[in-house]
Design a protein around this ligand. Structure first.
Ligand code: SF4
Length: 389
């Protein structure tokens, strides 16, 4: 099944660690309403232009509003985008519709209205339940506000609620991280994404590290926190279905699952990526991405042009390598599907490497699915590289 992604390129404030494309209109001295209004009208034009291509008239099973901070928009803005998407594309009746939500931007009423607008899954960027961590990360909300927003989401009738948490903050102890997991459990989310803090290029955090204002946690400590996370969440009934993602049974993110299954997706909005394959390795497959500039994005669409900045055609070899990488990071490699698509036997081709992984308990082979174990997830990057070398 295919997916639609909408990138909302606005935030109240830019967090020190974030390298996603977004602008904070108030911080750059722009009028908030006019910038957002201009973007929404350009987004509508992009949706119209793309939908005119008959290749994209397939069934879509998920819509994901990411960013940026989609919850900065009003429920009627989100409702209008959903209404246009439904008019221009064929979206499954029970599709998963996710809204990334910053706890500092919503109250009970707004959450109820998002639900009425058609959103049925919320993904909250909480990051920590300790106020000093939130201040360090320059988040706009407190721990109490995050908890209140999540409880309000359930009160508003959402049953599928995900939380993002970040571990390996500078100086973070095991106790402090476990306290985050413990406080998350008290809110009973259906899904958790737990990411290690990455020092990304061109971020204030990188400059703080370079000037020795802060020191990243050592890699052994990072591995320890990650291992504890996997054990802790497994003991509370959360299935790990990707390196950083954990879900109660029946609540895996279908949208992210589609990315990891190599399904087709169309992305709209500045910096959004798209992937489209006409089926199988022998057909054309391409990836393209939009310009990462909201003003230029609007100008191009005003001129009736798609705001694409770059595109690459993917060879069968590239597709195969991506499939190995995505599969190992998530729910495993479907060996039968791989054989059908690429006319290669993954197990035979990599027999000695796979034997080592199985012997060392880094991977398990269940029927025709090769999947990493928790021990394997700890070394996921190295294992993926060894297959791609
Ligand atoms: S709110 Fe989210 S998207 Fe915006 S700057 Fe912070 S981390 Fe990045």
């Amino acid at each position: 099944m295919s997916s639609l992604y909408i990138h909302i390129p606005f935030c109240e404030h830019k967090c020190i660690y974030c390298d996603f494309y977004s602008v904070a209109p108030r911080e750059i001295g722009e009028r908030h309403e006019s910038l957002i209004g201009g973007f929404l009208s350009a987004l509508g034009k992009e949706i119209e232009l793309r939908s005119a291509d008959s290749r994209f008239q397939v069934k879509y099973s998920t819509v994901f509003f990411g960013g940026g901070t989609p919850s900065l928009l009003t429920p009627s803005n989100i409702g209008a985008v959903l209404e246009l998407l439904n008019r221009k594309f064929s979206i499954q009746k029970n599709a998963e519709i996710t809204l990334e939500t910053n706890p500092g931007t919503v109250d009970l009423r707004k959450l109820e209205e998002f639900r009425r607008a058609g959103v049925n899954r919320l993904s909250f960027g909480v990051q920590s339940f300790h106020d000093d961590d939130l201040i360090f990360l320059t988040r706009i909300h407190s721990a109490v506000e995050a908890k209140e927003s999540i409880m309000n989401a359930f009160r508003a009738g959402f049953e599928n609620v995900s939380l993002d948490l970040i571990f390996s903050l500078p100086g973070q102890s095991l106790d402090r991280w476990e306290s985050n997991l413990h406080q998350a459990m008290q809110l009973s989310p259906t899904h958790l994404s737990c990411y290690s803090l990455i020092v990304e290029p061109n971020t204030p955090l990188l400059r703080m590290v370079e000037s020795k204002q802060v020191s990243p946690l050592p890699v052994e400590k990072d591995a320890e926190l990650y291992e504890v996370t996997m054990e802790y969440l497994a003991s509370r009934g959360y299935e790990q279905y990707e390196v950083s993602n954990f879900a109660k049974p029946g609540y895996r993110s279908l949208h992210n699952g589609n990315y990891w299954n190599h399904s087709n997706y169309l992305g709209f909005g500045p910096s959004a990526h798209s992937f489209w394959s006409e089926g199988g390795a022998s057909h054309s497959s391409s990836r393209w991405w939009n310009i990462s500039n909201v003003v230029e994005y609007g100008h191009r669409l005003e001129r009736g042009k798609l705001p694409v900045q770059g595109e690459e055609q993917l060879s069968a070899q590239q597709l195969m390598e991506e499939e190995i990488f995505l599969g190992l990071r998530s729910d495993g490699i479907d060996v039968a599907g791989f054989r059908k698509k690429y006319e290669r036997d993954f197990i035979v081709q990599h027999s000695s490497k796979i034997k080592d992984l199985l012997d060392e308990n880094f991977a398990k082979l269940n029927g025709e699915r090769l999947r990493l174990t928790s021990k394997g997830y700890l070394l996921c990057d190295e294992i993926c590289s060894s297959f791609l070398a």
